[in-house]
Design a protein around this ligand. Structure first.
Ligand code: FES
Length: 63
């Protein structure tokens, strides 16, 4: 039986790493289907929001 659960891992001073299949509803209402492993920005600095682009590495404070 296939495991359809989604795992969300909160990385220390980094993104939310998602494993599984989910639908992201964008601010304009469009939907993006993502499957596998990807990261969502939680620092607000990414230029590819809602996805993490590594910009959190420049943070000088804890998230
Ligand atoms: S958490 Fe990585 S760019 Fe924001």
């Amino acid at each position: 039986m296939e495991d359809s659960s989604v795992k969300i891992e909160v990385k220390h001073n980094g993104p939310l790493t998602i494993s599984g299949k989910c639908v992201i509803i964008n601010t304009d209402g469009t939907e993006t289907i993502k499957e596998g492993r990807f990261s969502l920005c939680r620092c607000g600095l990414s230029n590819k929001k809602p996805f993490c682009d590594g910009s959190h590495k420049t943070l000088t404070h804890d998230l």
